[in-house]
Design a protein around this ligand. Structure first.
Ligand code: HEM
Length: 184
């Protein structure tokens, strides 16, 4: 019964689209994924708030004006993590090539629930170069990257330099820390 249904479905796909069922479903999934991704990005915070119940309302900080960038200077990766958006009172920071930028004005992208929230509080160098959302690429390590990936990375760096205020840079250990301090 199921196999008959399957056969007539695959036959119908072949007849109507001229595509093999595998290609048809792959295309369908790709289209749905791109549609969901893009449409999710263009939902206005106001619309989103209206469509949700009061208990599911996003944090009011989503609607508040972004905090002013504050220059921090040297910071370790461990210190950067604090600015990942989990504390709404803190600025949102993100690093690319070891340079830390204040991305608070793009809370919609990088804040909790944003499409790029995984980059907040991290050095996202490798992820941006590879256009990857894999958490293992959230590192400043550029070893083995192709020249194309390095070009992509350079474009991202220019974009960040132009759009955001640089507030510091990543160091492995703070000058002021004692020798007994832990490495991050
Ligand atoms: C289906 C694939 C994707 C689509 C359709 C898409 C689309 C977009 C759009 C429309 C924006 C807003 C641009 C703006 O208003 O300035 C954006 C921003 C952004 N995208 Fe994507 N994107 C995709 C994949 C990716 C991937 C794979 C990455 C990296 C791993 C990425 C990283 C970013 C970042 C970091 C921003 C924010 C840049 C900023 O701070 O201004 N995107 N994307």
């Amino acid at each position: 019964m199921i196999s008959m249904f399957y056969m007539s479905l695959t036959e119908a796909i072949r007849t109507h689209t001229g595509l093999s069922p595998q290609i048809f479903f792959t295309l369908l999934i790709l289209m749905i994924t791109v549609y969901r991704f893009v449409s999710g990005m263009f939902v206005l915070p106001e619309d989103e708030a209206a469509s949700r119940s009061a208990s599911a309302m996003p944090h009011p900080s989503v609607f508040a004006p972004p905090p002013e960038p504050v220059h921090i200077g040297d910071m370790t990766l461990e210190e950067l993590k604090v600015y990942d958006g989990s504390d709404p009172k803190k600025n949102l920071l993100m690093a690319i090539k070891g340079q830390v930028y204040d991305v608070s004005k793009s809370r919609i992208f990088y804040g909790p629930g944003g499409n790029y929230s995984l980059f907040a509080g991290k050095d996202a160098t490798r992820a941006l170069a590879l256009m990857s959302f894999d958490p293992k690429d959230l590192t400043s390590d550029i070893d083995g990257l192709s020249s194309d990936a390095l070009d992509v990375l350079q474009d991202w760096e220019y974009k960040f330099m132009e759009k955001y205020v640089k507030v510091g840079q990543i160091v492995t250990q703070k000058q002021s820390e004692s020798n007994g301090g832990q490495d991050s």
